[in-house]
Write a protein that binds this ligand. Structure first.
Ligand SMILES: C[S@@+](CC[C@H](N)C(=O)[O-])C[C@H]1O[C@@H](n2cnc3c(N)ncnc32)[C@H](O)[C@@H]1O
Length: 267
């Protein structure tokens, strides 16, 4: 099966593509959260919460090993943490852009990090039991994790940026336990009238707002291009099956502007 990956601004080799993606996210990290919420009119919050809710049965079990890969500034991680009980095993939160991960760690990190400069630090021993995530700076295509070690991998709006989608799915498959689950929340391009109206917003208005707020051309031009290059749901589902996943499904969110792929590594 022929598959590809993200190709920012005409780069064709995977190493340069990954490097360009990392630099781009590092450069927009200070404005990332603000722009995300403005450009999506806060609908992104609902998408993260909905995706996390989909996996609540796994998340509610304290001993499960959970990874948020391409966690960025950590909003999906925070949504996942809402379902973790007190004293649960920490979630692992991986990203290769240091500036994104640093911002994420201030939201979801261990209490010493999260409440370092805050009056809101809960009193001991309560804070010791707060569910949290461990930030790990690493490439999603080379996870520093053992084979068959995770019960759940979730990723939001990061998978599309991988330099090789098939390699990404194979790497996730490697670290999932048999029976483990995968969730990929990604944009897609809806059809029909809504799709046409949305395309105008996504391809014209959104890059212009991004340019003004960010003061840079590249990143918000890259966003619609990267969504356009990403396989549509039937192809993505075929790729999931091809790389060994079972029970593959896609659930559209908000008219199919985004959607959740879910699958598992068969027993
Ligand atoms: C659009 S942001 C999404 C962040 C977060 N998950 C969210 O929903 O807001 C994409 C993130 O994926 C990360 N990323 C892209 N390719 C990656 C790779 N190969 N390894 C690790 N992180 C990667 C980027 O650094 C960036 O932080």
């Amino acid at each position: 099966m022929s598959t590809t990956g993200a190709k920012p601004a005409g780069l064709t080799d995977e190493t340069s593509a990954a490097q360009a993606v990392r630099q781009m996210f590092d450069s927009i990290a200070p404005r990332y959260d603000l722009l995300n919420h403005v450009l999506s009119a806060n609908i992104d919050r609902l998408w993260w919460l909905r995706a996390a809710r989909h996996f609540r049965a796994v998340l509610e079990r304290p001993e499960t090993a959970v990874l948020d890969v391409c966690c960025g500034t950590g909003d999906l991680t925070m949504a996942l943490l809402r379902h973790r009980p007190r004293g649960a095993r920490p979630i692992l939160a991986v990203d290769f852009a240091r500036q994104m991960l640093r911002r994420g760690a201030r939201k979801f990190g261990p209490p010493e990090l999260r409440f370092a400069n805050s009056q809101k630090r809960p009193k001991a021993p309560l804070h010791a039991m707060l569910p949290y995530a461990v930030p790990i700076e690493a490439d999603a295509l080379h996870l520093p994790l053992r084979d068959r070690s995770l019960d759940l991998i979730v990723t939001a709006f990061g998978f599309r940026n991988l330099a090789n989608y098939e390699a990404g799915l194979r790497e996730f498959h490697r670290v999932l336990k048999p029976g483990g689950q995968l969730g990929i929340l990604e944009f897609s391009e809806p059809g029909g009238l809504i799709g046409r109206a949305y395309a105008v917003y996504f391809r014209r208005v959104l890059p212009a707002i991004g340019r003004v707020v960010c003061g840079k051309n590249g990143p918000y031009n890259y966003l619609p291009i990267s969504v356009g290059n990403f396989p549509p749901p039937p192809e993505m589902l075929a790729l999931l099956r091809f790389t060994g996943y079972g029970d593959c499904a896609w659930q559209p969110y908000t008219f199919g502007i985004a959607g959740l792929y879910s699958a598992d590594r068969p027993e």
